[in-house]
Design a protein around this ligand. Structure first.
Ligand code: KIV
Length: 291
Protein backbone atom coordinates (compact mmCIF):
# COMPACT_ATOMS: atom_id res chain seq x y z
CA UNK A 1 0.00 0.00 0.00
CA UNK A 2 1.14 3.56 -0.66
CA UNK A 3 1.31 5.29 2.74
CA UNK A 4 0.92 9.05 2.79
CA UNK A 5 0.99 11.44 5.71
CA UNK A 6 -2.63 11.59 6.95
CA UNK A 7 -4.45 14.70 5.84
CA UNK A 8 -1.90 15.91 3.29
CA UNK A 9 -3.59 17.29 0.20
CA UNK A 10 -3.38 16.79 -3.55
CA UNK A 11 -2.56 13.06 -3.56
CA UNK A 12 0.71 13.66 -1.74
CA UNK A 13 3.27 10.98 -2.48
CA UNK A 14 5.07 9.15 0.32
CA UNK A 15 8.53 10.42 1.22
CA UNK A 16 9.92 6.96 2.00
CA UNK A 17 9.42 3.55 0.44
CA UNK A 18 7.56 1.30 2.91
CA UNK A 19 7.22 -1.35 0.21
CA UNK A 20 8.90 -4.74 -0.08
CA UNK A 21 12.09 -4.01 -2.02
CA UNK A 22 12.06 -4.78 -5.72
CA UNK A 23 15.30 -5.08 -7.67
CA UNK A 24 15.71 -2.07 -9.99
CA UNK A 25 14.95 -2.89 -13.60
CA UNK A 26 18.10 -2.57 -15.72
CA UNK A 27 19.25 -3.77 -19.14
CA UNK A 28 20.82 -6.97 -17.71
CA UNK A 29 17.62 -7.65 -15.76
CA UNK A 30 15.49 -7.17 -18.89
CA UNK A 31 17.78 -9.61 -20.73
CA UNK A 32 17.35 -12.15 -17.88
CA UNK A 33 13.57 -11.75 -18.04
CA UNK A 34 13.70 -12.33 -21.77
CA UNK A 35 15.82 -15.46 -21.41
CA UNK A 36 13.50 -17.03 -18.86
CA UNK A 37 10.45 -16.13 -20.97
CA UNK A 38 9.02 -13.56 -18.54
CA UNK A 39 7.00 -10.92 -20.37
CA UNK A 40 8.12 -7.30 -20.00
CA UNK A 41 5.34 -4.96 -18.91
CA UNK A 42 5.47 -1.37 -20.10
CA UNK A 43 2.98 1.45 -19.62
CA UNK A 44 3.10 5.09 -20.59
CA UNK A 45 3.27 7.73 -17.84
CA UNK A 46 3.36 11.48 -17.93
CA UNK A 47 3.19 12.68 -14.32
CA UNK A 48 4.52 11.88 -10.84
CA UNK A 49 1.43 10.37 -9.21
CA UNK A 50 0.42 7.92 -11.94
CA UNK A 51 4.10 6.97 -12.39
CA UNK A 52 4.39 6.17 -8.67
CA UNK A 53 1.23 4.05 -8.76
CA UNK A 54 2.49 2.17 -11.85
CA UNK A 55 5.81 1.49 -10.11
CA UNK A 56 3.92 0.16 -7.11
CA UNK A 57 1.76 -2.02 -9.38
CA UNK A 58 4.92 -3.75 -10.62
CA UNK A 59 5.15 -2.27 -14.11
CA UNK A 60 8.70 -2.96 -15.40
CA UNK A 61 9.14 -0.01 -17.76
CA UNK A 62 7.50 3.40 -18.01
CA UNK A 63 7.48 5.13 -21.36
CA UNK A 64 7.18 8.90 -21.21
CA UNK A 65 5.64 8.81 -24.66
CA UNK A 66 5.06 11.72 -26.99
CA UNK A 67 1.47 10.42 -26.94
CA UNK A 68 1.29 13.05 -24.20
CA UNK A 69 0.66 15.45 -27.07
CA UNK A 70 -2.72 13.78 -27.52
CA UNK A 71 -3.70 12.63 -24.02
CA UNK A 72 -2.32 15.58 -22.00
CA UNK A 73 -2.13 18.46 -24.47
CA UNK A 74 -5.20 17.72 -26.59
CA UNK A 75 -3.38 17.81 -29.91
CA UNK A 76 -4.62 15.83 -32.93
CA UNK A 77 -1.25 14.02 -33.26
CA UNK A 78 2.16 13.76 -31.59
CA UNK A 79 3.81 16.02 -34.16
CA UNK A 80 3.55 19.26 -32.14
CA UNK A 81 5.30 17.92 -29.02
CA UNK A 82 8.63 19.61 -28.22
CA UNK A 83 11.80 18.38 -26.55
CA UNK A 84 11.09 20.84 -23.73
CA UNK A 85 7.68 19.18 -23.18
CA UNK A 86 9.33 15.75 -23.10
CA UNK A 87 11.98 16.85 -20.58
CA UNK A 88 9.33 18.40 -18.32
CA UNK A 89 7.16 15.27 -18.26
CA UNK A 90 10.19 12.99 -17.87
CA UNK A 91 11.27 14.98 -14.79
CA UNK A 92 7.75 14.66 -13.33
CA UNK A 93 7.71 10.88 -13.85
CA UNK A 94 11.21 10.47 -12.40
CA UNK A 95 10.27 12.46 -9.28
CA UNK A 96 7.19 10.28 -8.80
CA UNK A 97 8.97 6.94 -9.01
CA UNK A 98 11.83 8.13 -6.80
CA UNK A 99 9.29 8.87 -4.07
CA UNK A 100 8.04 5.27 -4.06
CA UNK A 101 10.23 2.34 -5.17
CA UNK A 102 12.32 3.97 -7.88
CA UNK A 103 12.83 0.58 -9.50
CA UNK A 104 11.14 1.07 -12.85
CA UNK A 105 13.09 1.50 -16.13
CA UNK A 106 12.21 4.89 -17.66
CA UNK A 107 12.21 5.57 -21.39
CA UNK A 108 11.96 9.10 -22.79
CA UNK A 109 10.54 9.60 -26.27
CA UNK A 110 12.51 11.78 -28.68
CA UNK A 111 9.81 14.00 -30.22
CA UNK A 112 9.36 14.84 -33.89
CA UNK A 113 12.06 17.26 -35.10
CA UNK A 114 14.51 16.51 -32.25
CA UNK A 115 16.60 13.82 -34.03
CA UNK A 116 15.82 13.86 -37.76
CA UNK A 117 18.28 16.62 -38.70
CA UNK A 118 21.56 14.90 -37.81
CA UNK A 119 23.13 12.35 -35.48
CA UNK A 120 24.59 15.28 -33.50
CA UNK A 121 21.14 16.78 -33.03
CA UNK A 122 19.90 13.35 -31.87
CA UNK A 123 22.80 13.17 -29.40
CA UNK A 124 21.99 16.59 -27.91
CA UNK A 125 18.29 15.73 -27.60
CA UNK A 126 19.02 12.31 -26.07
CA UNK A 127 21.41 13.92 -23.57
CA UNK A 128 18.63 16.32 -22.50
CA UNK A 129 16.25 13.40 -21.85
CA UNK A 130 18.88 11.46 -19.90
CA UNK A 131 19.66 14.59 -17.88
CA UNK A 132 15.93 14.83 -17.12
CA UNK A 133 16.24 11.33 -15.61
CA UNK A 134 15.36 8.87 -18.40
CA UNK A 135 17.42 5.66 -18.63
CA UNK A 136 16.79 5.11 -22.32
CA UNK A 137 15.53 7.09 -25.31
CA UNK A 138 13.08 6.01 -28.00
CA UNK A 139 12.99 7.08 -31.61
CA UNK A 140 10.79 6.09 -34.52
CA UNK A 141 11.54 4.44 -37.84
CA UNK A 142 14.05 2.22 -39.64
CA UNK A 143 16.23 3.13 -42.65
CA UNK A 144 18.22 6.28 -41.92
CA UNK A 145 17.58 6.02 -38.14
CA UNK A 146 19.81 2.91 -37.96
CA UNK A 147 23.01 4.97 -38.11
CA UNK A 148 21.55 7.39 -35.57
CA UNK A 149 20.86 4.47 -33.22
CA UNK A 150 24.44 3.22 -33.66
CA UNK A 151 25.81 6.72 -32.99
CA UNK A 152 23.83 7.03 -29.73
CA UNK A 153 24.56 3.48 -28.51
CA UNK A 154 28.29 3.94 -29.15
CA UNK A 155 28.09 6.99 -26.92
CA UNK A 156 26.54 5.05 -24.05
CA UNK A 157 22.86 5.83 -24.59
CA UNK A 158 20.45 2.87 -24.44
CA UNK A 159 18.01 3.07 -27.35
CA UNK A 160 14.51 1.74 -27.92
CA UNK A 161 13.50 1.75 -31.59
CA UNK A 162 9.92 1.87 -32.90
CA UNK A 163 8.63 0.24 -36.11
CA UNK A 164 5.26 -0.44 -37.68
CA UNK A 165 2.82 2.37 -37.11
CA UNK A 166 5.08 5.29 -36.27
CA UNK A 167 2.78 8.14 -35.18
CA UNK A 168 5.28 10.93 -35.94
CA UNK A 169 4.97 10.02 -39.63
CA UNK A 170 1.22 9.38 -39.56
CA UNK A 171 0.64 11.79 -42.44
CA UNK A 172 3.11 9.93 -44.67
CA UNK A 173 1.60 6.57 -43.64
CA UNK A 174 -1.88 7.77 -44.59
CA UNK A 175 -3.44 7.37 -41.14
CA UNK A 176 -3.44 5.09 -38.10
CA UNK A 177 -3.52 1.72 -39.86
CA UNK A 178 -1.95 -1.73 -39.57
CA UNK A 179 1.55 -1.87 -41.09
CA UNK A 180 3.42 -4.79 -42.70
CA UNK A 181 0.45 -6.43 -44.38
CA UNK A 182 2.02 -6.86 -47.81
CA UNK A 183 5.03 -9.14 -48.39
CA UNK A 184 7.20 -6.18 -49.38
CA UNK A 185 6.28 -4.22 -46.23
CA UNK A 186 6.82 -7.29 -44.05
CA UNK A 187 10.28 -7.89 -45.56
CA UNK A 188 11.21 -4.26 -44.99
CA UNK A 189 10.11 -4.48 -41.34
CA UNK A 190 12.19 -7.65 -40.83
CA UNK A 191 15.25 -6.01 -42.40
CA UNK A 192 14.89 -2.84 -40.35
CA UNK A 193 14.38 -4.80 -37.12
CA UNK A 194 17.53 -6.88 -37.66
CA UNK A 195 19.56 -3.80 -38.59
CA UNK A 196 18.34 -1.96 -35.48
CA UNK A 197 19.42 -4.87 -33.26
CA UNK A 198 22.76 -4.89 -35.06
CA UNK A 199 23.12 -1.15 -34.43
CA UNK A 200 22.68 -1.79 -30.69
CA UNK A 201 18.99 -1.05 -30.02
CA UNK A 202 18.02 -3.11 -26.96
CA UNK A 203 14.27 -2.57 -27.25
CA UNK A 204 11.90 -2.26 -30.16
CA UNK A 205 8.30 -1.12 -30.00
CA UNK A 206 6.24 -2.87 -32.70
CA UNK A 207 3.02 -0.94 -33.20
CA UNK A 208 0.06 -2.35 -35.15
CA UNK A 209 1.98 -5.09 -36.93
CA UNK A 210 0.22 -8.41 -37.72
CA UNK A 211 0.68 -10.84 -34.82
CA UNK A 212 2.43 -13.55 -36.87
CA UNK A 213 4.95 -11.07 -38.26
CA UNK A 214 5.63 -9.55 -34.82
CA UNK A 215 6.22 -13.04 -33.35
CA UNK A 216 8.55 -13.89 -36.21
CA UNK A 217 10.56 -10.68 -35.78
CA UNK A 218 10.74 -11.34 -32.01
CA UNK A 219 12.26 -14.77 -32.62
CA UNK A 220 14.96 -13.16 -34.79
CA UNK A 221 15.98 -10.64 -32.11
CA UNK A 222 17.42 -12.32 -29.02
CA UNK A 223 19.23 -9.14 -27.86
CA UNK A 224 16.53 -6.59 -28.71
CA UNK A 225 13.30 -6.97 -26.77
CA UNK A 226 10.19 -6.40 -28.84
CA UNK A 227 7.38 -4.56 -27.04
CA UNK A 228 4.07 -4.90 -28.83
CA UNK A 229 1.12 -2.56 -29.02
CA UNK A 230 -1.60 -3.97 -31.22
CA UNK A 231 0.90 -6.59 -32.45
CA UNK A 232 -0.30 -9.74 -30.72
CA UNK A 233 0.97 -11.90 -27.89
CA UNK A 234 4.19 -13.16 -29.46
CA UNK A 235 6.37 -10.17 -28.54
CA UNK A 236 8.77 -10.05 -25.57
CA UNK A 237 6.57 -7.50 -23.82
CA UNK A 238 3.56 -5.22 -24.12
CA UNK A 239 2.86 -1.52 -23.84
CA UNK A 240 -0.38 0.42 -23.61
CA UNK A 241 -1.12 4.11 -23.35
CA UNK A 242 -2.16 4.60 -19.72
CA UNK A 243 -5.34 6.53 -20.52
CA UNK A 244 -6.46 3.77 -22.87
CA UNK A 245 -6.05 0.97 -20.32
CA UNK A 246 -7.83 3.07 -17.69
CA UNK A 247 -10.78 3.49 -20.04
CA UNK A 248 -10.24 7.25 -20.46
CA UNK A 249 -10.88 7.53 -24.14
CA UNK A 250 -12.88 10.24 -25.86
CA UNK A 251 -13.06 8.72 -29.34
CA UNK A 252 -13.39 5.17 -30.61
CA UNK A 253 -11.25 2.73 -28.58
CA UNK A 254 -8.63 0.99 -30.75
CA UNK A 255 -9.15 -2.75 -31.16
CA UNK A 256 -5.94 -3.63 -29.27
CA UNK A 257 -6.98 -1.84 -26.05
CA UNK A 258 -8.50 -3.48 -23.00
CA UNK A 259 -10.07 -1.34 -20.27
CA UNK A 260 -8.51 -2.70 -17.07
CA UNK A 261 -10.69 -0.43 -14.91
CA UNK A 262 -13.57 -2.83 -15.55
CA UNK A 263 -13.97 -4.73 -12.31
CA UNK A 264 -11.08 -2.89 -10.61
CA UNK A 265 -11.39 -1.07 -7.28
CA UNK A 266 -9.13 1.77 -8.43
CA UNK A 267 -6.15 2.73 -10.55
CA UNK A 268 -3.60 0.68 -8.59
CA UNK A 269 -5.85 -2.37 -8.88
CA UNK A 270 -6.32 -1.80 -12.65
CA UNK A 271 -2.59 -1.40 -13.25
CA UNK A 272 -1.85 -4.51 -11.14
CA UNK A 273 -4.42 -6.43 -13.22
CA UNK A 274 -2.67 -5.28 -16.41
CA UNK A 275 0.71 -6.44 -15.04
CA UNK A 276 -0.71 -9.86 -14.11
CA UNK A 277 -2.54 -10.28 -17.42
CA UNK A 278 0.62 -9.58 -19.44
CA UNK A 279 2.91 -11.69 -17.23
CA UNK A 280 0.47 -14.62 -17.33
CA UNK A 281 0.03 -14.35 -21.11
CA UNK A 282 -3.69 -13.48 -20.86
CA UNK A 283 -3.28 -10.06 -22.52
CA UNK A 284 -3.35 -9.51 -25.40
CA UNK A 285 -5.75 -12.12 -26.72
CA UNK A 286 -4.79 -12.52 -30.39
CA UNK A 287 -8.37 -13.27 -31.42
CA UNK A 288 -9.63 -9.94 -30.00
CA UNK A 289 -6.73 -7.51 -29.82
CA UNK A 290 -4.57 -8.24 -32.86
CA UNK A 291 -4.55 -8.61 -36.63
O1 KIV B 1 4.21 7.82 -27.50
C1 KIV B 1 3.82 6.72 -27.08
O2 KIV B 1 3.12 6.61 -26.08
C2 KIV B 1 4.22 5.54 -27.82
C3 KIV B 1 3.51 4.26 -27.51
C4 KIV B 1 2.17 4.25 -28.13
C5 KIV B 1 4.31 3.07 -27.86
O3 KIV B 1 5.06 5.60 -28.66
Amino acid sequence: MIETTPGTPYGTLPSAAPLPPRKPVSLPRLQEMRERGEKIVMLTAYDATFAAVADQAGVDCLLVGDSLGMVCQGRPSTVGVTLQDMCYHTECVVRGVRRVQGTVWIIGDLPFGSYQESREQAMRSAAALLQAGAHMVKLEGGGWTIETVRFLVERGIPVCAHLGLTPQTVHALGGYRVQGRTDAQAQQLRRDALALQDAGATMLVLEMVPAALAADITAQLPRCHTIGIGSGSGTAGQVLVMHDMLGIHLGRTPRFVHNFMQGASGVLDAMSAYVRAVKEGRFPDDARHAW
